[in-house]
Ligand binder design. Sequence first.
Ligand SMILES: [Zn+2]
Length: 416
Amino acid sequence: MNARARRKNEIILLIRRVGRTTRPIIGSILSISPPTVSSIVRDLRKEKWVVADGYKESVGGRRAALFKLNPKLAYSIGVEMSLSTIASVLIDLEGRILARHTATTEVSDNWPRMRDRLLSTVETVLSAAKGGKVAGICLGISGIIDKQNKVLKKFPQFESWVDLPVGRLLKEKFGLNVLLENNVTAAALAELKYGRGREVSDFLYLHMGKAIGLGIVINGEVYRGATGAAGELGHIIIDPDGPICYCGNYGCLESLASPLALVRQPIGAIEKGVESKISSKVKGKLSKVTIKHIFEAAAESDRLASNIVEKAGEYIGLAAANLGNLFNPQMFVLGGILAGDGGVPLETISRIFYSRVLPSLRDTTRIEVSEITGRPCPLGAATLVYEEMFERLKGAEEASEVMPQSPPLSRRRKKK
Ligand SMILES: [Zn+2]
């Protein structure tokens, strides 16, 4: 790469880092002469990397023109495939969600059906790009993934979902660059870029959904572990004498505090004769009990439901206290269907956390509920496509090679 191409990449990366900036600032940070900055910025505007964005206020003198990266440079698609959901979003470079689609029915272990649903949810949001450039698709997925080969090695609870070439499937269907990421790690990335995580450098995203998982952010970067499997919080053992978990161990957090575990508890108790509003909510058909019935009954001060929900909060608080001692985060961000109003009470999680964590950490650790509207995973996954794209500019690739292309329409229309 020649010196000018390298300078170009440096300028793009600088604007990506600082947001809006001026030619003089670019020149002084990167030690480039004003004529060279002007000429490269002119090229970048022509190539649609950069757009003008108003003027910087100045006291006397000339106001300097501000530039930022073109938000419409290329769109990005993020998809979530977890035990509960197939959902996708189309975003622009500034993280604005331009389209979203969530498959309405439950995820089942019927892979051909889920595969079709996965493709159709991507297709729906892709159509909102209206033929514009798309940088790629990132699939945030539960379970064990092989990122290199873009293969889903193992999906939780569904025995038959083994070695599924999900990356190739999406690539062949849409002709776009495809990435795979753990779904909770992708959600943590969304919190880091657009959510509560913007306020701090070190935080833990505690996902309380059908599965329980942990997203780890250390010093402003997500931590994935040696093979990308860090954060399997659902399978830390909280009570060795507790119920058996689908992973084969006894007393995992997920066997005690996941929706499935919570739904199991009142059924046994009611069958033994315990009175509860849960029973009347399902007209005595206990097989119909869902997590919603338990939370509703708890909100109506039903004793059994309140105890179940309270106990789940205690287990999660206990897990958080252990994590607090281990990671010393500034913040826990709680997300997923069990988090927030009408879910597992934040008061209980906080009470147990602050009574069990080391006293020296009490004053410096906050517990907050996620403020991201909708699901954070697809948003974080879509962001990851951009992260990867800009990362390539740090290597030997020129901006023109990294610039995304329009999706090949003919291939998109082709039957799978
Ligand atoms: Zn387990």
